[in-house]
Design a protein around this ligand. Structure first.
Ligand SMILES: NC(=O)c1ccc[n+]([C@@H]2O[C@H](COP(=O)([O-])OP(=O)(O)OC[C@H]3O[C@@H](n4cnc5c(N)ncnc54)[C@H](OP(=O)(O)O)[C@@H]3O)[C@@H](O)[C@H]2O)c1
Length: 301
């Protein structure tokens, strides 16, 4: 089956595929196309269950056309259900599902608890914070710059936002303490580095730290954070990593609940759609400069 790709998901979690450090997928060989979740249309099919013109999503690559291999068939999608086919890469794709499973299955938030979210204005972080609010938590986001912090409060309903840019771990820790004097019950970590160091100085007794990603460390050979790990035993806290793909059996129910929250106006999911296969590298780098505003997606045609 040949799929004509329309959109690809540019995801910092793919970083592990761009070197040969052991990761959850085998490294990409030199000369291979860069893998990506993508959404497109069946262009040619020898299978009776896939017709030309069907919309599908799957793990293909950043390329015009993909050939579906046996064992990695795409999933048919119903684009009439959503405002845009790109929603299968954002709200009810990797972004929404990562936020949903990371917070609900691993963080297990309870009403009245305090949450700290790093990378809070990003694709995953902004959804995590909003789900935290739906669960009745007090949510504090950490993001880069005043504009993003304003958006956290005004557009995503966070209770408070802290700009980390230009601040040492000690200064950031003091600022967090001013906003979260009782300590955070949940830390949803997307960034690592000095931000994680500062958060660790502000955890409550029995805090749950959910390690979703470490984007500040992806382009640095030496990890720059986790210098305050002793706070984990001092506070009898837990630190737990996860991958959204562990929860495939719950994808349908999670997507349905996310869809309801969006329809009810409780959840806002933004997309940053960049165009042109030739712009894929520049688009990808927006994740590391912080220029992206919402889920970064590449429009291929
Ligand atoms: N565990 C899983 O299954 C899973 C699945 C998908 C994604 N992830 C992880 O989730 C995290 C967020 O991914 P996303 O797709 O939602 O990306 P995103 O947050 O939309 O974009 C990345 C953001 O990270 C921030 N950032 C980049 N470099 C930084 C640095 N050096 N220091 C501090 N902040 C930095 C920037 O925001 P600012 O402007 O605020 O700095 C940037 O906008 C990533 O760590 C990713 O690897 C995990």
């Amino acid at each position: 089956m040949v799929i004509r790709n329309h959109y690809a998901s540019l995801d910092p979690a793919q970083r592990g595929w761009m070197d040969d450090v052991p990761s959850y997928m085998p490294p990409i060989a030199l000369g291979d196309a860069v893998r990506a979740a993508s959404v497109g249309v069946v262009h040619a099919s020898a299978r009776p269950d896939f017709a030309v013109g069907d919309w599908v999503m799957g793990m293909n690559a950043i390329e015009d056309f993909s050939v579906a291999q046996p064992g990695s068939l795409p999933t048919k999608i119903d684009i009439a259900r959503v405002p845009s086919p790109t929603n299968y890469l954002s709200a009810i794709g990797v972004t929404g599902l990562t936020a949903y499973f990371g917070l609900l299955n691993h963080g297990q938030p309870k009403a009245g608890e305090t949450m700290l979210v790093s990378g809070a204005a990003g694709a995953v972080g902004s959804v995590v914070g909003q789900i935290g609010k739906i669960m009745g938590c007090r949510v504090v986001g950490i993001a880069g710059g005043g504009t993003k912090c304003d958006r956290l409060r005004r557009e995503y309903g966070f209770d408070a936002a802290i700009d980390y840019r230009g601040k040492s771990a000690d200064r950031l820790a003091a600022e967090i303490a001013g906003v979260v004097p009782e300590g955070a019950d949940i830390v949803f970590e997307n960034v690592g580095g000095t931000i994680l160091d500062a958060e660790l100085m502000n955890i409550a007794q029995n805090a749950r730290i959910i390690l979703c990603g470490l984007i500040s460390e992806y382009n640095h050979p030496e990890p720059a954070g986790a210098r305050n790990l002793r706070q984990i035993f001092i506070k009898s806290a837990t630190l737990e990593g996860f991958l959204f793909v562990e929860h495939t059996s719950q994808f349908a129910e999670a997507a349905a609940e996310i869809g309801e929250w969006i329809a009810d106006g409780k959840l806002r999911v933004d997309e940053d759609v960049q165009a042109g296969l030739e712009n894929s590298y520049a688009a990808f780098m927006r994740l590391f400069s912080g220029e992206n505003s919402g889920k970064l997606i590449l429009k291929i045609i």
